[in-house]
Design a protein around this ligand. Structure first.
Ligand SMILES: Nc1ncnc2c1ncn2[C@@H]1O[C@H](COP(=O)(O)OP(=O)(O)OP(=O)(O)O)[C@@H](O)[C@H]1O
Length: 239
């Protein structure tokens, strides 16, 4: 299997001794290119920790995290930051857009932080906004957009350039159900058509049904996994 993400025996402990809390305990998870994996589990089971570790935003206590074959737990902070800017896109429930920047400026930001020229970054940003079907909003500010439009901008920022891994933490949590489904369709299309690997954290089984595979976390342990949920067939017929 050609894995974009390969997590091995991942443990994340907070505190020590009597105070120790294990957010993750020995989790293994591989995500192939073109695959979308949903992560489900009760509140506090470690879903967000799994995503932040996979994206290099949090450091595990032990274990390996290979992104495109590079173990980020052994890389310097600068190297992890560079890999994150170039290869990993994050989508959050609350969009995390910068209000003072237009849609195109928000999307171009990771490329500019990575040293791209403003004009080149703008060109890529416009292409990404076209891919999420809102090219006409390039010069609009987040406060003048609907929630669904903001999430599309956030997805454009997550896919701009040459990103290979898309990490989405409850990306539909702030959206109504139709808008949420449209956002999931976008994530699905990215994986299908562009060979990106995706991890989707969700509480909602209907949303998990967009994934190729669902894994379940409980108390920091991966307790099971399933193929596409039965609802997927219903959704496919409805699409
Ligand atoms: N900085 C921290 N210090 C101590 N404990 C933490 C810290 N961050 C997370 N935890 C604990 O780790 C466990 C996993 O948290 P995490 O946020 O990953 O769960 P989650 O499944 O994403 O929850 P939710 O669905 O509520 O977002 C929880 O018990 C949480 O309290």
């Amino acid at each position: 299997m050609n894995s974009i993400l390969d997590i091995r025996k991942l443990t994340r402990q907070h505190g020590t001794g009597d105070q120790a809390v294990y957010a993750l305990r020995g989790v293994d998870l591989a995500v192939a290119t073109g695959e979308l994996v949903a992560v489900m589990g009760p509140s506090g089971s470690g879903k967000s920790t799994l995503l932040t570790c996979a994206g290099g935003l949090d450091q595990p206590t032990s274990g390996e995290i290979l992104i495109d074959g590079n173990d980020i737990t052994t890389l310097s902070r600068n190297s992890v930051a560079a890999l994150r800017r170039r290869r990993i896109g994050y989508v959050f429930q609350d969009f995390n857009l910068i209000p003072a920047l237009t849609a195109a400026e928000n999307v171009a930001l990771p490329l500019e932080l990575d040293g791209a020229r403003a004009r080149t970054a703008r060109k890529y940003a416009e292409a990404a906004l076209l891919e999420v079907a809102i090219p006409e909003l390039a010069d609009r500010f987040p406060d003048d957009m609907s929630g669904g439009q903001r999430q599309r901008v956030a997805i454009a920022r997550a896919i701009v350039g040459e990103r290979r891994l898309l990490l989405a933490d409850e990306p539909t949590g702030a959206l109504d159900s139709d808008t949420g489904e449209a956002v999931l369709q976008l994530l699905r299309d990215r994986c299908d058509q562009h060979g990106i690997g995706g991890v989707l954290v969700t509480h909602d089984a209907r949303h998990a049904a967009w994934a190729d595979r669902v894994v379940y976390l409980r108390d920091g342990v991966l307790v099971g996994q399933a193929g596409p949920l039965p609802e997927a067939d219903v959704l496919l017929e409805a699409r």
